[in-house]
Design a protein around this ligand. Structure first.
Ligand code: APR
Length: 268
């Protein structure tokens, strides 16, 4: 049984007129693809760990192999995952709105695979690997001879995932683009995020201050629900295609060409 999604007429009219739209996404949009959220991923062998023991620079300094293995396990869990209709709907919006930006907190790469082009990954991408000392992204490396993570082919430091850990700054360029777009948006979508982690959670507030229509898509209440003009209390995979279909009739079902999964897998 599918849930009927009611898209208010005023929202349809506002988004149809909107020329500068920013979407912020979080783990919820990938839930229907079967990607475990950060905490849900702490199961099985990993159930005894606290996220802060696995996703901080100090955790990596203390036990680099443990952290490397945790990310390798999460990367492997993404191997058979595909973008869902929520990702595809946002890719369609990218093609339809003149000035559009998708800012995601997700590291799973599914937005790019769904066809989103004007995209910033605020928390990095789990498929990428970088040098822990110089932060240079590395494509290939030798298998380690010892029981440590692989080493940077340029400087010999350990390699690490190119994701933003707790206690770390967000990539400056990505954050600046997202903040700039939010501050001049006339529409903003907040999709599948608990809106508790800053600075990402501030973006919809900047958009609201700029006069943007704020639309939340989330089955649950969040700290941002109170400032939203419209709240679609439904899974993103249902609500976003319905929204795109209502605002731009005939465009929601045309899916963007998916990019090959292999592009997201680091080469060794
Ligand atoms: N569609 C839309 N929203 C959904 C769906 C769905 N199908 N399923 C769950 N949600 C919502 C939940 O109600 C929740 O509000 O998605 C949100 C997920 O919240 P979090 O797990 O806190 O994810 P997120 O907001 O992305 O977390 C931000 O915190 O854990 C760190 O670095 C990690 O990037 C992450 C950041």
């Amino acid at each position: 049984m599918s849930i009927p999604i009611v898209v208010p007429a005023e929202l349809v009219a506002r988004l149809r007129r909107a020329t500068r739209v920013v979407a912020l996404t979080g783990a919820g949009i990938s839930a229907e693809s079967g990607v475990p959220t950060f905490r849900d991923a702490l199961t099985g062998l990993w159930a005894k760990f606290d996220p802060r023991e696995l996703a901080t620079p100090s955790a990596f300094a203390r036990n680099p192999k443990l952290v490397w293995n945790w990310y390798a396990a999460r990367r492997a869990a993404l191997a058979n995952v595909e973008p869902n209709p929520g990702h595809v709907a946002l890719a369609r919006m990218d093609a339809l709105v003149p000035d559009f930006l998708l800012a995601t907190q997700n590291v799973d790469g599914l937005h790019a695979r769904a066809g989103s082009r004007r995209l910033v990954e605020l928390h990095g991408n789990i498929a990428r690997v970088k040098c822990s000392r110089e932060h240079r992204v590395v494509d290939t490396w030798d298998a380690p001879a010892d029981d440590d993570p692989p080493r940077c082919p340029h400087c010999g430091a350990f390699l690490r995932p190119d994701v933003v850990w707790f206690e770390e700054m967000l990539p400056e360029d990505a954050l600046a683009r997202a903040e700039d777009a939010s501050r001049r948006a006339d529409g903003t979508l907040v999709v599948g995020t608990s809106a508790e982690v800053y600075p990402a959670a501030a973006l919809p507030r900047y958009a609201r201050a700029a006069g943007a229509r704020v639309v939340e898509v989330n089955p649950e209440d969040t700290p941002l629900s109170g400032i939203a003009d419209d709240v679609l209390r439904a899974p993103a995979g249902l609500a976003l295609p319905a929204l795109v279909d209502a605002v731009w009739p005939g465009c929601a079902s045309a899916s963007a060409p998916p990019t090959p999964h292999a592009a997201d897998t680091p080469r060794r």
